[in-house]
Design a protein around this ligand. Structure first.
Ligand SMILES: CC(=O)SCCNC(=O)CCNC(=O)[C@H](O)C(C)(C)COP(=O)(O)OP(=O)(O)OC[C@H]1O[C@@H](n2cnc3c(N)ncnc32)[C@H](O)[C@@H]1OP(=O)(O)O
Ligand SMILES: CC(C)C(=O)C(=O)O
Ligand SMILES: [Mg+2]
Length: 562
């Protein structure tokens, strides 16, 4: 017995002896075969596993996304899984290009039951597994290597015999040496070679699938890649096997591990949507697939409505998709901070220059992928809190309300929004940004209330405008009239006598809000005060001149209001 006090609790996993490793200099250029194990590995780890109707809905979602290999159950484990498998077969629910897969231990009665569940199936994969690691063999199974080999080989032979009894069906075989990454490589090679020979039916067209799992992530991703490269180089019938990887996420590196194993030669990837699965889960296939997509690789998986996919998965599993989950999380295409907002805003507006400058059509600061490819919208790109800048605030008003806030006004608006956000201590919704804009610039409280303004061309000099105005000042209605070289200057001249401070208007900024018959005009007017200050008001009306005079009244109210 070793002395417990001097034996360290943990040890560094032994590195793989692979001095000529190639994977670090490889590039992934094509998609692997994808296999969803949501309905088996994902489902077995749910606090409330899915019922058959829920599984069916999930299965149909996986088919719509484009998975061609789908592990649908452990048919021999429970009546529910058995019945679900039967239902898919009997109700003819499996698309012609989809292989369903059923998991079984290497135990004769479980294999028999799996084939019972597969009766009448046109194409499918029987997936047998046995753990080969010393830990499992010694502490769980009490089996030596020879016994493990014997069980696996017997299972392969039995599966072959049962598959041959279904000549009308295309039955493939997948074998998993569970705990591959914790097992001596030479032994795994021997085990897989013997299983390959016992199966005896593998061809390049119908390969045996050797699924080499990181059942528990105990090693760094580079070790997993080394093991896959070593195995692929040493397996004697490489052309007739499909090397599959199956990463769990115990150390949070399943995506990295999967990507490195692809560099190392893996042909196929098993995982789940959003990483459902035992403990920390299986590798998240949404992330792996979209990472490849974002490098220009066609994956065959359709995530063009990623939130729709997430909604279904959340409902069926009862587990939420995390806010920052790559690609699908609520905040992953959102910038709160000012400098990010500014850069995204500018980057999106200069997208047209990207092909020439960067050799690709999408190159935007802080966004490695176009959210629209995932059905995500730009409106949610920029959200406002106390860290937000003027560019972001302007973006929100432009996107949600079609209001283009002039540059000169943005800093002032930002201060108002920031003070509000600080006061609230939380994110500010775009409707609140609009309300702040409205109450501060469009309809500020103050002494002036416009009753009406009637501009018309001067009778004697049509180059001039004669304006009549009725305005309430502190509730008392006043009437005035004046000429000007335009409707706005006539208005300024007409109301000036009622104002306690002198001002002029040199120019103003106007825009249409909305389109077609429903469009309204929005005017932003800077009042130049006699003391040199500039105060902006905003006004909106179906008529541009009326919008401008409302903006002047708003500016006066801002100046003299509370
Ligand atoms: C890494 C993974 O995710 S593997 C998949 C795990 N999923 C599940 O286990 C969910 C479904 N499983 C079940 O419902 C049950 O385990 C069943 C129905 C399959 C089997 O049930 P039982 O036979 O009652 O129990 P259990 O699974 O505990 O079997 C343990 C026995 O099987 C043996 N065994 C376990 N795995 C395997 C295997 N892959 N191949 C051969 N024998 C195995 C064990 O050595 C043990 O043998 P012992 O009885 O001589 O000690
Ligand atoms: C059944 C096997 C492939 C498994 O799920 C694992 O090893 O994690
Ligand atoms: Mg697993």
């Amino acid at each position: 017995m070793k002395d417990e006090r001097t034996t360290p609790k943990y040890g560094i996993p032994e590195a793989i002896d692979l001095p000529d490793r190639m994977w670090p200099s490889q590039t992934v250029t094509a998609s692997p075969v994808w296999c969803s194990v949501d309905l088996r590995d994902g489902n077995q780890a749910l606090p409330d596993p899915m019922d058959p109707d829920q599984k069916l809905e999930y299965f149909e979602l996986l088919c719509r996304i484009g998975f061609k290999h789908i592990e649908i159950a452990f048919p021999s484990a429970s009546e529910a899984d058995f019945r679900f498998t039967r239902r898919l077969v009997e109700e003819d629910r499996i698309p012609d290009d989809v292989y369903i897969m059923g998991l079984t231990q290497c135990r004769p009665h479980l294999i028999d039951r799996t084939f019972e569940a597969f009766r009448g199936l046109k194409r499918g994969i029987v997936h047998a597994y046995i753990a080969a690691s010393e830990l499992h063999r010694q502490h769980v199974f009490g089996m030596d290597r020879a016994k493990t080999l014997e069980k696996a080989v017997e299972a392969a032979r039995q599966i072959r015999a049962r598959a041959e009894a279904m000549p009308e069906a295309d039955i493939r075989f997948q074998f998993s040496p569970e705990e591959f990454t914790d097992t001596d490589l030479e032994f795994t090679l021997d085990l897989c070679t013997q299983v390959y020979e016992a199966w005896g039916k593998a061809t390049p067209e119908k390969p045996l699938i050797l699924n080499l799992p990181a059942t528990v992530e105990r090693r760094p991703p580079n070790h997993y890649a080394d093991m896959i490269e070593w195995f692929a180089k040493n397996f004697p019938h490489r052309e007739s096997v499909s090397i599959s990887v199956h990463s769990h996420n115990d150390q949070g590196m399943a995506v990295a591990a999967t990507e490195l194993t692809l560099l190392a030669g893996a042909d196929r990837v098993e995982g789940t949507l959003f990483g459902h699965g035992e403990r920390t889960g299986n590798v998240d296939l949404v992330t792996v697939a979209n990472n490849l997509y974002a490098r220009g690789i066609e994956t065959g998986l359709d995530f063009s409505d990623i939130r729709g996919v997430a909604d279904v998965v959340e409902r069926l599993t009862g587990m939420p998709v995390y806010y920052r989950q790559p690609y699908a999380g609520e905040y992953v295409f959102t910038a709160f901070s000012g400098s990010h907002q500014d850069a995204i805003n500018k980057g999106v507006h200069r997208l047209g220059e990207a092909p020439d400058k960067f050799g690709m059509r999408w190159k935007v600061p802080y966004l490695h992928i176009d959210p629209e490819d995932l059905g995500r919208k730009f409106e949610r790109l920029i959200r406002i809190n106390s860290q937000s800048g003027k560019g972001g605030i302007a973006w929100v008003l432009e996107q949600d309300y079609d209001i283009e806030v002039p540059q000169d006004l943005r800093s002032e608006l930002r201060e108002i929004v920031q003070a509000y956000s600080d006061r609230m201590g939380r994110e500010v919704a775009s409707s609140e940004v609009y309300d702040l804009f409205r109450s501060e610039f469009l309809e500020p409280e103050g002494p002036y209330e416009l009753v009406g303004y009637w501009p018309r061309p001067d009778r004697e000099d049509p180059g001039y405008i004669h304006g009549e105005v009725r305005i309430k000042v502190h509730g008392e209605e006043k009437a005035g009239e004046a000429d000007g070289n335009g409707p706005v200057s006539a208005f300024v001249n007409a109301v000036r006598p009622f104002c306690s401070i002198g001002f002029s208007v040199d120019d103003y900024h106007e825009q249409a809000v909305g389109k077609g018959a429903d469009a309204t005009a929005m005017a932003f007017v800077p009042l130049k005060l006699d003391d040199g200050r500039i105060v902006y008001g905003a006004g909106s009306d179906s008529n541009i001149d009326q919008a401008a005079v409302r903006a002047i009244v708003a500016g006066l109210n801002r100046l003299e209001g509370s």
